[in-house]
Each structure stands twice: as C-alpha cells, then as structure tokens.
Design a protein around this ligand. Structure first.
Ligand SMILES: N[C@@H](CCC(=O)N[C@@H](CS)C(=O)NCC(=O)O)C(=O)O
Length: 217
C-alpha cells in the first residue's frame, strides 16, 4: 500500500526469532506482539499515530490517501468483506497450515489435513468470487493487497492452485503491478538465516503464553 500510494516510509525490522516483538517499545504500538505495525508521524491533526493489524493499517492508509478504498458505502462494503475475510480465513488458516506442515515437531495428520482442507476450501471460495470480476472487490483495492502475500507463495506452502484458474489469473495480475514487485522485494537478510530447528527460536515463536517476554526471555 505504501508503494502503491508512493508514500515515503522507513522499514524497521523486528527479529521475532529473538523475541524483539516483546520489547516494550514495540508492544507500545503493537500490543498483540505481531507485525506489521506502523507509526505515521503525520497523523490526524498533524500528530503521530500508530496502527497495528494489517487490515486496520490498510484501511487507515486508504482513508488517508483516498486510494484503493472507495468512499461510497457500496464500494466500501465490497472491499471490507474481503479484507475481513482475509483476516479471519486466508491469513490465520494459511499460518496454521504452514505451522503443522512445516514447523510442528510431531507430524499430526489430523491437523495437517484439517488446515490443508481449509486452504482448499478458501482458495475455492476465492476462485468462485473471481469468476466474474478481475479483483476481489471488482476494482483493485486494499483487499487484494491483503491477500496477495499468502497467495503469492501458495505453492511454496504446499497448496496447488491448478484447480483454481481464476485465483491464478488474479495472482498474475496483482504480481504484475510494479508497486507489488517493489513491496514484496523489501527483504531482511537476517530473516533467511533463522534456524527454525533452533530450540531457542522455537521457544520464542511457538510457546508463547501471557507474559512471554516480560522477564526478558
Ligand atoms: N492478523 C495479523 C497477523 C500478523 C502476524 O501474524 N504476524 C506475524 C508475522 S510472521 C508475527 O509478527 N509473528 C510474531 C510472533 O509470532 O510472535 C495482521 O494481519 O497484521
């Protein structure tokens, strides 16, 4: 969204494999210890404002710029349904599918199948939606931006999109946008060196309970 709108930004990496998401200064802007979170130094009334949850960030930037988030109620509802659909379905289920397939120490067939089936269902819903429109809300919007992250890497996460030609056509169209290429190429080298088998990394990422990080672990 920042690239699409040509807004200047400074990306600050948070090393979640080392527990940086529990630092007080990050929790102050993102109390759910998850990224992304933003600080807009030119918020309402010219004052700084912070926003966490990617859907809320996209809506905020859409309202601020007037781009990719229609102002009319009908158009807005179209976008919001699919934005919230990502937050409640594609995002969390893809995350759990990835967890049980790639990260769980024990390979649990029930959990692996459950989330693989959910991903199949979810891509099916998307495929039907995209049968008669180019983008999720008709015109390209923040809803497409919310969904492209997981969809762009579907095969890498073991989801076969060959049954879902409309999703593939949509994905190609979104990926062909120069701003999307620029946005997805913002990478942090250290992220590629994280060893997901390291017990310290696993303890930080997979054993979180209320209070994790408070004692500095
Ligand atoms: N619903 C959230 C999901 C954010 C999310 O899960 N972020 C992961 C990215 S890897 C994270 O920050 N994880 C940190 C952790 O698990 O402690 C959003 O869309 O912003």
């Amino acid at each position: 969204m920042l690239e699409e709108c040509g807004l200047p930004y400074n990306m600050i990496p948070v090393d979640i494999s080392k527990g940086e998401q529990f630092r007080p200064e990050f929790l102050a802007i993102s109390p759910n210890n998850r990224m992304p979170a933003i600080v807009d130094h030119d918020g309402p009334g010219g004052k700084p404002i912070s926003v966490f949850e990617s859907g809320a960030i996209l809506q905020y930037l859409g309202r601020k710029t007037g781009k990719f988030y229609p102002k009319d109620e009908g158009g807005r509802v179209e976008v919001e349904q699919w934005l919230f659909w990502q937050m409640a379905n594609l995002g969390p289920k893809a995350g759990e599918a990835n967890h049980f397939r790639n990260y769980a120490a024990e390979k649990l067939p029930y959990a692996i199948d459950r989330f693989a089936n959910e991903m199949h269902r979810i891509y099916g819903v998307m495929n039907t939606r995209l049968a008669d429109r180019e983008f999720l809300a008709g015109k390209y919007s923040i809803a497409d931006m919310a969904c492209i992250g997981w969809a762009s890497r579907a095969e890498r996460f073991g989801h076969d999109l060959s049954e879902f030609p409309n999703v593939r056509r949509w994905r190609d169209a979104v990926m062909a946008r120069p701003a999307v290429t620029r946005g997805l190429s913002v990478k942090v080298e250290a992220a590629f060196r994280v060893d997901m088998k390291d017990p310290n990394v696993r303890a930080v990422l997979f054993n979180q309970r209320a209070g994790t990080g408070i004692s500095g672990q």
